[in-house]
Write a protein that binds this ligand. Structure first.
Ligand SMILES: NC(=O)c1ccc[n+]([C@@H]2O[C@H](COP(=O)([O-])OP(=O)(O)OC[C@H]3O[C@@H](n4cnc5c(N)ncnc54)[C@H](O)[C@@H]3O)[C@@H](O)[C@H]2O)c1
Length: 315
């Protein structure tokens, strides 16, 4: 199968690329190596991908609609998975307009180019943030009301609507996958778990913003399992939660990390606006329709992540 991964030099995209190459697929990626976090890290991702087989790398900015369309006219794909985005909830509070460019306009460019060139199946990497703040859980796919908490979440919710519009206009198969806080080896360095582990390895203090929050932390391999299962989706237009289905309080995360780093210095701070207090996905639709079955427990995922981080930071 010929697969294009946009944002393929990022955390989730590079992990997906490795898995697809190992399975013998013909994989291409588009990425402009954004500076949201270290560009060198994206270069390292690319080196890791290449250990698994040959890959076509196209380095350009998908915000350029003409170049995006020209690319789709020059190459054919069976599947396009759009993961390129500007992530980060807190950053979006200070830079909201960048999210309209990177998380909405770019999506429209890709959807339009895919539609114009007859791509049969488009998959979109969305986020649990589209559910806003929900005290009760777990949330089902139809419970996203648009009442979100940050510009990042608003952009993702808007992008989902564009996905539905272009699916209707062009008739391609559409899969929207809502990822719940993804962690693991090569995890995005701005996110809590990788950030905490890096600081703890270096003996630095970590800051927890309200321990009572909980997240449906999902191990990267389980997300990749969900994405690859979605390639075989039956329906024409579907939305799936991809989470672990087992939320963890930040207190539990800190307790677990303290077992590995007994002298951890933890600073407490208050809840940050823009964040949501709890995430918890109902994954029964993905289980029943795709056969999705998350396998890595939180304890095991954290163990593997710390092991990887220690070798990455050469300790
Ligand atoms: N990591 C998570 O926990 C999580 C949770 C929910 C949703 N998501 C979504 O999953 C997707 C992948 O996330 P990630 O954690 O791998 O992020 P990432 O930042 O590691 O990867 C995104 C990649 O997209 C590229 N990119 C961004 N804008 C681009 C553009 N205009 N043109 C070309 N390339 C561009 C970046 O250079 C980067 O390599 C994103 O859409 C993100 O919003 C991630």
């Amino acid at each position: 199968m010929k697969v294009l991964i946009t944002g393929g030099a990022g955390f989730i995209g590079s992990s997906l690329a490795k898995t697809l190459l190992k399975a013998g697929h013909d994989v291409s990626l588009i990425d402009h190596f954004s500076s949201y976090y270290h560009v060198e890290r994206k270069v390292e991702h690319l080196e890791e991908i290449k250990k698994n087989g040959p890959i076509s790398v196209h380095r350009f900015d998908l915000l350029d609609a003409d170049q995006t369309l020209a690319h789709f006219k020059a190459y054919t794909y069976d599947k396009v998975i759009h993961l390129a985005a500007l992530p980060g909830v807190q950053y979006s509070l200070k830079n909201p307009l960048d999210y309209i460019d990177q998380d909405i306009k770019v999506v429209v460019n890709v959807l339009s180019a895919a539609g114009e060139t007859g791509i049969p199946h488009v998959l979109f990497g969305s986020s649990s943030s589209v559910y806003g703040s929900r005290e009760e859980g777990p949330v089902k796919e139809e419970q996203a009301s648009g009442k979100v908490k940050s510009p990042y979440a608003a952009a993702k919710a808007g992008a989902e609507s564009f996905c539905h519009a272009y699916q209707s206009l062009y008739g391609f198969k559409l899969t929207i996958l809502r990822f719940f806080t993804v962690y693991g080896p090569w995890g995005r360095p701005d996110m809590a778990i990788p950030l905490f582990i890096e600081k703890l390895i270096k003996g630095e203090e970590i800051t927890v913003y309200d321990r009572e929050q909980s997240r449906d932390f999902t191990y990267i391999d389980d997300i990749i399992q969900g994405i690859t299962l979605a390639f075989k989706q039956d329906g024409l237009s579907e939305v799936y939660n991809l989470g672990s289905g087992s939320p963890v309080h930040l207190t539990e995360l800190i307790q677990l990390l303290t077992q590995y780093f007994p002298s951890a210095k933890v600073r407490e701070d208050t809840f940050r606006r823009g964040d949501v207090r709890h995430t918890w996905g109902d994954i029964s639709k993905a289980r029943n329709e795709l056969g999705y079955s998350p396998e890595v427990t939180f304890e095991e995922g954290i163990r593997r992540t710390i092991e990887w981080a220690k070798s990455y930071h050469e300790l």
